[in-house]
Design a protein around this ligand. Structure first.
Ligand code: NAD
Length: 246
């Protein structure tokens, strides 16, 4: 019960990494708000996790949405800015609208989360956890917007950490940089690739440890950063990527 009594909000928690974090947080004694645009999946997960979980509809790109959801939280000890999308395409291929949408969800969403949760946390202190990616440090030709967005998340994390430290809020802000993790979204890409085995083998080859990651392995790092064990840790990025960013 490393997170007993903690109140935690996880964005994008209806699926993938967010759902794994919500599950583990509840198992560690926390109360969790599953915040997502995917109502059906979010409500189903909240029902599965029992009385210490509830679903809240939140589009992280909408300022008013954040204000409404946070008005329903008496207190918050941990925010995980996890909601994210992956736009495929090179600098030549993608449109301005696609680029803006990627930044809206992955960058503006993190900005709004930090901006509106800090006032709620600063009396008691807390932990902000931003889910970036190893793509924020290692560029790929066909992930132009995603590379840029996740690099922004890493640097925003440092700036927020310094701001909160300088004001002595007791709020820590850290980033997790996952490598490729086996989630439904990766499975979808594989099944659409037309060459499942070769694509999967190439993904694995990019991970020196010899396999892709599991959602629970990201959740384990999030538990540490959410807990008081990480009280001296801020402004840091934690690569949980099987060595793929090396
Ligand atoms: P996923 O698609 O399974 O889950 C993302 C969730 O975010 C979904 O439930 C979706 O409904 C929600 N979402 C999307 N737009 C939203 C919005 N505007 N407001 C609120 N919720 C929204 O993806 P995942 O693989 O679990 O990824 C979670 C995070 O981890 C993302 O930020 C992603 O970039 C990052 N990440 C994932 C991997 C990986 O291999 N899966 C690797 C590195 C980083």
């Amino acid at each position: 019960m490393r997170l007993a009594e903690k109140q935690i909000l996880v964005t994008g928690a209806a699926s993938g990494l967010g759902a794994a974090m919500a599950r583990r947080f509840v198992a560690e004694g926390a109360a969790v708000v599953i915040a997502d645009i995917a109502v059906e999946d979010g409500e189903a997960l909240a029902a599965e996790l029992g009385p210490r979980a509830r679903f809240a509809r939140l589009d992280v790109t909408r300022e008013a949405g954040w204000q409404e959801v946070l008005a329903g939280c008496q207190r918050l000890d941990v925010l995980v800015n996890n909601a994210g999308i992956t736009t495929l395409g090179s600098v030549e291929d993608i449109t301005l609208d696609q680029f803006r949408h990627e930044f809206d969800v992955d960058v503006v969403g993190v900005f709004l989360g930090c901006k509106y949760v800090i006032p709620l946390m600063k009396e008691r202190g807390g932990s902000l956890i931003n889910i970036a990616s190893m793509c924020g440090v290692r560029a790929q030709p066909d992930l132009f917007a995603y590379n840029a967005a996740k690099a922004a998340v890493i640097h925003m994390t440092r700036s927020v950490a310094l701001h909160c430290a300088s004001r002595r809020y007791g709020i820590r802000c850290n980033a997790i940089l996952p490598g490729m993790i086996e989630t439904p979204i990766q499975e979808k890409v594989l099944s659409q690739s037309g060459n499942r085995d070769a694509v999967y083998a190439a993904w694995v080859a990019g991970h020196p440890i010899g396999r892709l990651g599991r959602p629970e392995e990201i959740a384990a790092m999030a538990v540490y950063l959410a807990s008081d064990e990480a009280a001296f840790t801020t402004g840091a990025e934690f690569r949980v990527d099987g060595g793929s960013s090396l």
